[in-house]
Design a protein around this ligand. Structure first.
Ligand code: ADP
Ligand code: MG
Length: 884
């Protein structure tokens, strides 16, 4: 029963009747093409659909993306639509809702020049939706309006009721302040420019206006520019108009100077509705007065735009019509003095800024920034609508960014709460606007998918209906009857009485002085009779009046009875409501308990979740560390692999080299052995033939078992061979100390060893095969001989000898010294072996045999030119000697 409803608000969650929703009503109006507008790109194809034709250039450019596109709306109004027709469909239901206590929002959207202002405001003779709405409101509530100042805005978006006396005092005070009445009350006083906005035949009226309520209309007019809110109805404060003086004594401002308007802020009232704080609300009593106020705001807007160099198409204007209504008291005379019974509904009429992108206007500098901001507002509007739609369609609960711009923030309650929202999309069909128009259409189509809660029907306070009329009728009846009776009862009783008394005939003198006086008594009788007759008449009149009064009282009694009945009835209803409240309280208790239970459960679940979360974190941590370890190991492995690979290749190379070296050494050794054997064989042969041919018995026979021994040094005993060519005793070259020349014989099969200690012989002829020529020039000979030692390592021997000239003219080498160079692997199997240990293949190098060889001075070979002993070893002999 309590109607606190004022401006739109959030739906109270427990209201079951408020879950009905209506989509935002989107209408499309196509204006006629202008004279210089060229081609048309919009076609109305039905009462709900339009088709956009892409200009040829665009069709070609965009791969057919922009072809003919159709857009559907609740209704489409073609170029021939009149303002009246548009009003009937679009704004009339909103005005009707307003009168029935419901809120509405109507905005025009479109590109600059598409007819938004024409649609909203119109022009003389063709008033737009705004003047028509005002007209309909006043036509409907006209006779039921409260006197001025009975309703009074409380500056917090609420409405108070003043008693008749306070209202009267305020009226008088205001009138005395303004010598000229500010608000004209008749059409004659209105500016002719907008006096005839509406044709009288087109006037309309709402049905079912609650006549037992009293109404008042308040209007506000604001402009939002660059995301600042300006009050267009604000009177400049007096001290701002007076010139101000600075310290130098010159006026700062003059009263002719333009004072830039102060911006306003948005506030939320106790019902969470947004309102412009400190915004002027003008109480108006007629269409003309309201429109005059609108025009005052328009003028102010125009002046501000010119003075501040603004672009008007970039501002949003909002005209707010607030309708306060409260029930009359039981007598149907005065507004019920109860603030809680006041219902305020409002209709917002918004002319939005041009929707085109910034690039369209050639704005620069601060203007561009402002334009950007305005675009920002429209962008926010689009975003809000998008999020709302998504939330509603997908059941999501995304935050709608109303607060990002003043426009959306101001209308937040319409989308969040209840009310009717309608949008007129204005279209200029010219081809130049094609792309912008397409964007407008897309936004409009999307907007249609947003739903807004339907406003609840609020029953008007339950006094007996029709009391305004009944009271009126009673008053009329009373005065009629009193008139019949000859004047108002509340005339002046003493005067009537006097009149009545005066109408009585005066009594004649009744003194009898003569017994025969027969005049006095009859005259007296006559006068008394007259008076008696008058008295009777008066009594009859009195009775009549008394009866009438009685019947009137009975009527009143009846009224009283009915009122009592009514009160009784109300009490009954109150009882019911009480019961309902009790039930609801119980329900609330139950729900509270349930919610506590649920909270408890949530708590537990939360704790469990926390534990799990912790577990999860720990596990994740472990997983991560294991992962790291694994990665480390993998990379370690890879590194190892690479290293091993390198090692393997190194080792392989080394072994390849090694094998080669060993093969060479073995080869060399075998060749040497072969050579030695050959040599022995030759020497044996020589001995045999010598012993056969030589008859000298003193020549000692060589023992055959010494065949594996190197024969005795020939130089030690002169050659005994008589059959051979005469051999000169060995002639050792004289060599001065330090001037020895060496033949450094390094067979090409030798392997290059990377040893640190390399033999180096100064003053040497380096040869890979010994030649007579080299030997002839030198007196010392050194053979670098490699062979495999018992441990498998290569052993290098430097076999040194002295060069002698032979009798036959050749060169002979007597080996005198062997230097052994040996490399050892510290880890290898040979580590433990001593140099005296030998492998099985070096049997002949055992200490004993070597000693033997040493003592016997090893080998002496006579070399002859042209003798062929084998490759690389032709011209030299060698002696083995163990190095100490
Ligand atoms: P907007 O406010 O969208 O920038 P306007 O309402 O100022 O556009 O319209 C631009 C011009 O087009 C105005 O001169 C207006 O009179 C004209 N116009 C707009 N709509 C119509 C219409 N439906 N019929 C006739 N003229 C129109
Ligand atoms: Mg405009």
């Amino acid at each position: 029963m309590i109607r606190k409803g004022k401006t739109p608000r959030r739906p109270p969650p427990k209201k079951p009747s408020n879950n009905q929703k209506d989509p935002v009503g989107v209408y499309c109006r196509v204006r006629p093409l202008g004279a210089e507008d060229g081609e048309c790109c919009v076609e109305v194809i039905s009462s709900t659909t339009i088709q956009l034709h892409a200009p040829d250039g665009l069709k070609a450019n965009r791969n057919g993306e922009f072809k003919e596109t159709q857009y559907s709306f609740k209704k489409v109004f073609g170029i021939k639509t009149t303002q009246c027709e548009l009003f009937e469909d679009v704004a009339k239901p909103l005005a009707d809702d307003l009168i029935h206590g419901k809120n509405g929002l109507l905005f025009t959207y479109g590109v600059t020049g598409s007819g938004k202002t024409y649609t909203m405001t119109g022009s003389p003779g063709q008033g737009g939706l705004l003047p028509r709405s005002l007209d309909m409101i006043f036509n409907s509530i006209g006779p039921f309006q409260a006197k001025r100042f009975v309703f009074k805005p409380d500056d917090k978006n609420g409405m108070e009721v003043q008693n008749q006396v306070d209202a009267l005092l305020e009226r008088q005070k205001r009138e005395s302040q303004q010598s000229v009445p500010k608000t004209p009350s008749s059409r004659q006083r209105v500016d002719p420019e907008f006096a005839d906005m509406i044709n009288p035949d087109e006037a309309c009226k709402a049905d079912d206006v609650d006549e037992d309520s009293s109404y008042s209309v308040f209007v506000s007019y604001i402009e939002i520019y660059n995301n600042y809110i300006y009050d267009l109805l604000e009177e400049a404060p007096m001290d701002l108009i007076k010139p101000k003086w600075n310290g130098a004594g010159t006026p700062l401002r003059h009263n002719t100077e333009f004072i830039p308007p102060q911006s306003k802020i948005l506030r939320e009232d106790q019902n969470h509705n947004m309102y412009v704080a400190g915004c002027t609300e003008v109480e108006v009593k007629s269409t003309e007065e309201a429109f005059e106020v609108f025009w005052r705001g328009q003028k102010k807007r125009r002046i501000a735009n010119t003075q501040l160099n603004r672009e008007s198409s970039r501002s949003h204007s909002v005209f707010i019509i607030k309708l306060a209504q409260a029930p009359l008291d039981a007598d149907g005379d005065n507004v019920l003095q109860d603030k809680n019974q006041v219902n305020v509904s409002q209709l917002c009429l918004v002319d939005l800024a041009g929707s085109e992108r910034t690039s369209r206007t050639r704005a620069e500098g601060s203007r561009l920034r402002e334009a950007g901001n305005i675009n920002q507002s429209l962008m926010t509007l689009r975003t809000c609508i998008e999020v709302l739609r998504e939330n509603q369609m997908c059941g999501t609960n995304k935050m709608v960014p109303y607060r990002d711009s003043k426009v959306t923030h101001l209308f937040k309650n319409y989308f969040d709460g209840e009310g009717k929202v309608r949008m007129v999309v204005c279209v200029n069909p010219k081809t130049d606007d094609y792309e912008e128009t397409m964007l407008v259409m897309r936004f409009a189509e999307m907007t249609q998918e947003v739903e807004v809660a339907r406003p609840v029907d609020r029953p008007i306070c339950g006094f007996a209906a029709g009391r305004r009329q009944r009271n009126q009728a009673f008053k009329e009846e009373l005065s009629r009857r009193l008139e019949e009776r000859g004047g108002p009862v509340d005339g002046e009783p003493p005067a009537a009485l006097n009149q009545l008394l005066q109408s009585f005939p005066p009594l004649p003198a009744s003194e009898l002085s003569d017994p025969n006086d027969d005049h006095t008594i009859p005259r007296l009788i006559e006068a008394l009779e007259k008076r008696h007759r008058i008295r009777q008449m008066v009594t009859e009149d009195y009775n009549k009046a008394a009866n009438m009064l009685k019947s009137m009282l009975q009527d009143l009694d009846g009224n009283l009875m009915s009122k009592e009945n009514f009160i009784q009835d109300q009490r009954g209803r109150l009882g019911e409501k009480d019961k309902m409240i009790q039930n609801q309280k119980n329900e609330i208790d139950r729900l509270e308990k349930k919610s506590k239970m649920l909270e408890y459960k949530i708590d537990i679940l939360q704790k469990t979740t926390n534990i799990y979360e912790e577990d999860k974190r720990a596990l994740q941590h472990e997983l991560e560390s294991r992962d790291h370890r694994l990665q480390r190991e993998v990379s370690e492995k890879k590194r190892m692999e690479v290293r091993m690979h390198g090692l393997v290749t190194d080792e392989k190379l080394r072994w390849q080299k090694e094998c080669e070296r060993r093969v060479n050494a073995k080869e060399l050794e075998m060749q040497n052995k072969l050579w030695v054997k050959d040599e022995k064989l030759k020497q044996l042969k020589a001995i045999v033939t010598e012993s056969k041919t030589d008859s000298r018995p003193d020549q000692p026979q060589r023992p055959s078992r010494e065949k594996d021994r190197v024969p005795a040094k020939r130089s030690a005993s002169p050659s005994p061979v008589p059959t051979g060519p005469p051999v000169r005793p060995m002639h050792r070259r004289s060599h001065s100390a330090g001037a020895e020349r060496w033949v450094d014989h390094k067979p090409s099969t030798n392997v290059e060893l990377d040893t640190v200690m390399q033999p180096s012989v100064a003053n040497a002829i380096k040869v890979s095969a010994p030649s007579e020529k080299a030997l002839a020039k030198c007196d010392k000979y050194m053979l670098t001989h490699q062979e495999m030692a018992s441990d498998g390592e290569i052993q290098t021997k430097l076999i040194k000898g002295e060069v002698f000239k032979t009798r036959g003219g050749g060169q002979s080498v007597q080996f005198t010294d062997i230097e052994t160079l040996k490399q050892e692997n510290p880890l290898g199997p040979s580590r433990k072996r001593t140099s005296s240990e030998t492998g099985p293949n070096q049997e002949e190098c055992k200490d004993g045999s070597w000693t033997d060889v040493e003592t016997r001075c090893a080998v002496a070979v006579e070399m002859r030119a042209g003798s062929n002993l084998g490759p690389g070893y032709q011209n030299h002999g060698y002696s083995k000697r163990r190095k100490p």
